[in-house]
Design a protein around this ligand. Sequence first.
Ligand code: ADP
Ligand code: 5GP
Length: 209
Amino acid sequence: MGKEQKDEKPADTPLPSSAPPDRRPIVVSGPSGVGKGTLYGLLFERHPDTFCLSVSHTTRDPRPGEEHAVHYHFVKMEDFEDLIAKDGFVEHAKYGRNRYGTSKMTIEEQTKKGKVVLLDIEMEGVKQIKNSGIDARYIFVSPPSIETLEQRLRGRGTETEQSIQERLAQAQKELDFSKTPGVHDIIIVNDDLEASYKKFEEFVYSPPQ
Ligand code: ADP
Ligand code: 5GP
């Protein structure tokens, strides 16, 4: 590729007027059921055509309403392992009995869209993205309490009892990890939804530091 082209922004990346001043990828993590999807769902709704979700690969089954290639690329374990062997992931991790990962192709495709890419990943993935050289911003969403988290997980009605227990055990590890200094740029305690959303949006739209 010629130098002229290399130095240009990709041709298909017009800046939407609603784009935040800091266009680095945004990594959102926090315990399952804390409200990550709810918060970035509001962001996408209130700022259309500005953000896109990095659609991960997972070996878990779709929940009712989840669509292939929209919420996740739902794949068989052997296909996931095949992609690992081909070095196709930027990061991947085991979560409960399933595997999750961000493929290199997904990041390339999403970046080309000219939107700000948002990744919803767990803590091992966060560590790998940090070590990957990708310059990203990091938001951790924390529950007001473990009891509230459990209520939300149960209230969502998507998990078996075993999955709830696995997620609660993992939640404690995520919360411990969130205390590591310097890992996250902001920790938002998702208590009142609208107040938490405002903090989320304000951070996303803050100028580059
Ligand atoms: P995650 O994406 O982190 O797994 P979800 O966004 O699916 O979590 O939220 C889990 C459940 O909690 C959903 O039923 C959602 O409607 C609910 N929820 C999210 N945020 C709040 C909040 N601030 N107050 C009360 N319920 C919430
Ligand atoms: P869920 O099954 O609730 O959709 O996701 C379970 C956990 O996996 C969540 O903490 C979510 O952030 C995480 N997760 C989803 N996709 C990825 C991914 O591509 N990589 C990693 N490391 N974690 C992911």
